[in-house]
Design a protein around this ligand. Structure first.
Ligand code: ASP
Ligand code: MG
Length: 406
């Protein structure tokens, strides 16, 4: 007998038929002799609809009240699913975040899970119940409801799997697994059998959007046996784990793009010690996350520093820099939001020389100009013009994966 946590996303529970489908997946797992804890998202667009509803009443509603409201979406899907399971003749009980012992900090609308007190769930499992837990929510030390940030149900599921020492945590979704690139846009994209936690983290933060980033961090930390799988197709999914057997000749697991970034360049900075420190500590103090940084070599005692930020932070970053222009002493700020970041990710590239060169070759052949480059042990990212981003992903993908698609 195994203990399995199964998480179902919003599309998987969007209507009555789909809830019945999910109830069937859960009861099939239960019938096979397993204990099952299911974690559900809100149905379809429920969370977005609730946000709109709030905006009609008060566009500046407090985060505490927003959490009170948004947490209701998951209560609906969970109670309906428990009813569906009862209807199939199996014992089920739905629990809210607080009933399930999800203790979080007090950052409303973006709370972090501090611990999971699993007694109640354990008791229900001992009574042979299937336990359905609301994703995305918990309670803080004031007994207030908190939510974990958009897409947070993945993290709820992994936290429960870690807390319960589950044998497996399956994330059921509307795609078949993790792909080498977004299959909706990239010809020849194919499903990976396995991917490492580190690769998945890079892909998630690069905009692959399959798993909530914090869920992968947590799965890595507690070594949760994680799998991404479709609730519709019945096909095997993708396993996310610490180490994978390297079957890929290409040494690359995926190609991702992120269009939600912007570049700032500080032109004509003094070429002296402490400049980078001043700039980036100013941004850090104002909670602006900086990604790729590029500094030119100094010439005539002046230099330039360019860097990227998330698009939503662009205006704020620009304002801060301009306000501090005297003190930071630069000539002007140059801004571009017509750029995109395209990246290749692969744990195998660590031991494979020439991976970056192959990526650059593909871009050269397609006549795509590279504005900035950054690398880590398992990633190479380039900044390209926004209008070239989709083509860049395709040609890079062809370069590394074509031999497998013929
Ligand atoms: N319902 C929440 C959202 O839409 C949480 C989730 O689906 O994971 O963001
Ligand atoms: Mg999601």
């Amino acid at each position: 007998m195994a203990l399995i946590v199964q998480k179902f996303g919003g599309t998987s529970v969007a209507n009555a038929d789909r809830i019945r489908n999910v109830a069937r997946i859960i009861t099939d797992t239960y019938k096979a002799g397993n204990q099952v804890v299911a974690v559900l998202s809100a149905q379809g667009d429920t969370t977005d609809d609730l946000i709109e509803k709030a905006a009609e009443i008060n566009p500046n509603a407090s985060k505490r009240e927003m959490d009170m409201l948004l947490s209701t979406g998951e209560q609906i899907s969970c109670s309906l699913c428990a009813m569906a399971i009862e209807g199939l003749g199996y014992p089920a009980i739905s629990l809210t975040g607080w009933q399930a012992g999800m203790k979080t900090n007090s950052t409303y609308s973006n709370a972090r899970i501090k611990r999971v007190e699993c007694e109640r769930i354990r008791n229900e499992l001992d009574r042979h119940s299937i336990v359905i837990v609301t994703g995305f929510q918990g309670i803080n030390k004031y007994d207030d409801i908190t939510t974990l940030g958009r897409g947070g149900s993945d993290t709820s599921a992994v936290a429960l799997a870690a807390g319960l020492h589950a044998d497996l945590c399956q994330i059921y979704t509307d795609v078949d697994g993790i792909y080498t690139a977004d299959p909706r846009f990239v010809r020849g994209a194919r499903k990976l059998e396995e991917i490492t936690f580190d690769e998945m983290l890079e892909l998630a933060s690069l905009g692959a959007q399959v798993l909530h980033n914090r869920s992968v961090e947590m799965a890595k930390r507690y070594n949760v046996n994680l799998e991404v799988i479709s609730s519709f197709s019945g096909n095997p999914g993708t396993k996310v784990k610490e180490v994978v057997k390297n079957v890929e000749k290409s040494h690359i697991s995926g190609v991702a793009k992120d269009k939600n970034i912007a570049r700032l360049a500080l032109v004509g900075l003094k070429d002296e010690p402490g400049i980078a420190f001043k700039i980036f500590s100013l941004l850090a103090r104002n909670k602006i996350n900086v990604d790729i940084i590029l500094q030119s070599i100094g010439r005539n005692e002046s230099k330039d520093i360019s860097f990227t930020v998330g698009k939503p932070d662009l205006e704020e970053a620009k304002r801060l820099l301009e306000e501090n222009k005297e003190w930071l002493s630069f000539d002007h700020v140059d801004v571009s939001d017509r750029i995109a970041k395209v990246s290749i990710v692969g744990a195998g590239m660590m031991n494979t020389p020439g991976t970056a060169a192959r990526m650059f070759e593909a871009l050269f052949n397609a006549g795509i100009n590279i504005h900035m480059i950054s690398t880590s042990e398992i990633k190479v990212s380039v900044l390209v013009p926004a209008e070239d981003a989709d083509r860049a992903v395709q040609v890079i993908h062809d370069q590394f994966f074509d031999e497998f698609n013929s």
